[in-house]
Design a protein around this ligand. Structure first.
Ligand code: PBG
Length: 334
């Protein structure tokens, strides 16, 4: 502590009196360069499907996806993260649609990179949109998630997205060892420039509900949970351990998820590893902010921007949020 004097010589309120001084002393600032927009994509043409638990967010067919992404990029958003809504008849136990080169996600990646080459495209690497049971892994007869068999499929999915031209792969499944195996496969297949954004501290959270409704894994999952692979909300050190392993295995960036209930993890991961650290403000967080705003119980813009500053203060370099497009518009209008 450098404080050498105290009241009345030291009055902290002096720097808070005028707007110019408040701006000068601001330690953190959100810019549009910090934002990543998640997008849900579905088959078909000219389709925009609302998602009841994610007001203002829609599932988009590829033609609309491209338009939406163009709108975001025009406002300065640098990257989008894609999530597929796969038809029920394409979901199987072996999740083979996850590495179909003419599947929905590879086609969406190609369309985006062709129309907007300077927009970063992030693809989620996980099997839950593709399995008939909605789990992120291949299971044995008793429903146990098989780690290494799952990683084999994740590698195929990763290479499939790389072939389509993806910029960043974001493994969100939490199987052991997947970052290293994917990194090696990328190196061996001429994709050494493809980045990996590892969901390192991904928690077994109940805040993913609206997302599971959006991609249609909710019904498939039923009452099952993901506690056998996602980190328990009770554990902080374990999340750090996950981050250490993912970095060692070749992750370029790491991510903490969800956001607000895990700000300590954003802070700890950033200060421990000094790596690009992202945070995911997940669907349930968005739904809470939206619902309270729609009731007129909170000031939407003020509260949303406050959560963003919280992420920046905790050390986040970028934020995935369903509010990204809206925030970019607010920043633009200022
Ligand atoms: C799937 C995945 C999930 C989210 C992103 N990727 C859900 C889950 O793990 O069940 C959640 C995102 C959100 O809630 O916004 N691997």
């Amino acid at each position: 502590m450098l404080i050498t004097s105290c009241y009345p010589l030291r009055r902290l309120r002096r720097i808070r009196q005028q707007p110019f001084a408040r701006r000068l002393v601001a330690e953190h600032q959100l810019t549009v360069n910090d934002l990543i927009y998640p997008l849900f994509v579905l088959e078909g043409q000219n389709i925009r499907e609302p998602i009841p638990s994610l007001p203002a967010i829609e599932r988009l067919s590829i033609d609309h996806l491209v338009k939406e992404a163009q709108g975001c990029h025009a406002l300065g958003i640098q990257a989008v993260a894609l999530f597929p809504c796969i038809a029920a008849d394409k979901k199987t136990l072996d999740a083979k649609e996850a590495y179909n080169d003419s599947g929905l996600i590879p086609r969406a990646i190609r369309a985006l990179k062709e129309a907007i080459p300077s927009l970063g495209v992030i693809a989620d690497i996980a099997l839950d949109p593709y399995t008939s049971h909605g789990q992120d892994g291949i299971t044995d007869r008793n429903g146990m998630i098989l780690n290494d068999q799952t990683v084999d499929v994740l590698v195929k999915q990763a290479l499939c997205c790389a072939r389509a031209g993806v910029d960043i792969l974001a493994p969100s499944d939490m199987m052991d060892g997947r970052i290293g195996v994917i990194r090696r496969a990328l190196e061996e297949n001429t994709f050494s420039e493809v980045m990996i954004l590892a969901y390192c501290a991904k928690y077994a959270s109940s805040f993913y509900g609206p997302f599971r409704e959006a991609v249609g894994s909710k019904g498939a999952l039923g009452k099952a949970d993901k506690f056998s692979y996602q980190v328990s909300p009770s554990n902080g050190d374990e999340g750090l351990h996950e981050a250490a392993l993912d970095i060692q295995e070749g992750a370029d960036m790491v991510m903490v998820k969800p956001g607000l209930p895990y700000l300590d993890m954003v802070y700890r991961v950033k200060s421990q590893f000094l790596m690009p650290t992202f945070v995911y403000q997940v669907s349930g967080e968005y739904a809470m902010l939206k619902a309270a705003s729609q009731h007129g119980w909170i000031d939407e813009k003020a509260c949303v921007m406050e959560t963003m500053l919280g992420f920046k203060r905790a050390g986040a370099d970028a934020i995935i949020t369903y509010y990204a497009h809206q925030i970019a518009q607010w920043l633009h209008d200022e």
